[in-house]
Design a protein around this ligand. Sequence first.
Ligand code: UN1
Length: 486
Amino acid sequence: MNYGLYINGKWVKSTSDETFESVNPATEKSIGNFAAGNELDAKKAVDAAEEAFEKWSSTPAPKRGEILLRAAQLLKENKERLARLETIEMGKILEEARGDVQEAIDITEYMAGEGRRLFGNTTPSELPNKFCMTVRRPIGVVGVITPWNFPIAIPAWKMAPALVCGNTVVFKPASDTPLCAIEYVKILEKAGVPKGVINMVTGSGETVGSAIVKNKKIRALSFTGSRDTGDWITKNAGIKKISLEMGGKDGIIVMDDADLKLAIDGVIWAAFATSGQRCTAASRVIVHSSIKEKFVHELVIRTNRLRLGSGLKSTTDMGPLINEAAVRKSETYTQVGRNQGARMLCGGVRLPGRGFFFKPTIFENVTIDMKISQEEIFGPVLSIIEFNKIDEAINIMNSIEYGLSSSIYTKNIDMAFRAIEKIDAGITYINSSSIGAEVHLPFGGVKQTGHSREGGITGIDEFSEIKTVYVDYSGKLQKAQIDNRK
Ligand code: UN1
């Protein structure tokens, strides 16, 4: 099966006629050929989006919201089909794939409602007979570049706010999951998003991605993906509003008073769900030395029980990694961990045969200077680091370049609030795993993770401009900072 690009409301071939394959990571079988777009295709998409902007941005926001509500309804009707497709293309187990589609439904419904809000502010003027307010305006053409690990949810959490705010979109999905992106775009098309308002160009980051990043007509850019790409975007995008979310090296602190079963449930979910391929995945457990032995013993038993396999089977707990390179990366870090003196307690190998399966892996005796406790692996590799005092735990937590998600398990409210105050991250969970953000709350990080806060009302901030309006009805020239001091 061959799939095209979506430009100006039409499904078209790429101008080069070149294609690339998307592969099922559990079987290594091809699931189709996809148009490899190039610079010219990206330009056409941007031009179509620019052309469509005037009409779409003038459409009343509640009407834009109604279209999103229809999209949410279509996502609901197609939830099971989309989830299965996602498992086949991306590998995550079906239960999680359903969660991914549900996240898209939730954000789309939330943003549909924003069509009747999109609030600005009013505030008094320092002068009489003068009124001050802010109104939201669309930004213009926005570029949306998304990863493969949440192939429907992340496009939705960017495009739903972009659309309700009145922007038009050029969308470049990850090359590992183009089919999910196409299905999502088809839903928006069916819901009634007019031609040119969304345009999708599949293809490589080097050609399509960079053409979008550098295009001057693109006024805002939203990117979730690797730090190196985000760094490149920062240096090459020129003057644009940029929203970046670039991964993490998230940690979970387990205090000596923690409910151990709860903490282990949370660590397993955070480290091995989506096979560790989330930027919110916990790749470090920072555990109090007095409970470390018991904690590790239980954790390893539970981890060894996880069943690897096709995500379509209800008995599978963990699916494959996305591709061969991802398996190699986990293998390499496993080797590096050993070389640097960490002790491997389980996993560390790929499964023989077809598919990109890598066993859930745990290291102990890890110190903060080791590569496995510093670098993002994006696989099922977990490091255990010991501490004695809360300050030490927080110091370990913060001793990384990233700052996305974090968590602490404790019954002590003082410790919990210390963590909230001191952990350098965009998200801190108390007695809960480090993954599973809810769509109506801000999502994003600090330090090398980036600076955006998408989700909820802050998602609207990312995809709209604020205009400040002064209305002077005094009938005379009033000078701020001067006339009110006479
Ligand atoms: C990502 O992995 O890029 O909160 C973000 C969570 C997910 C994170 C997705 N929604 O775990």
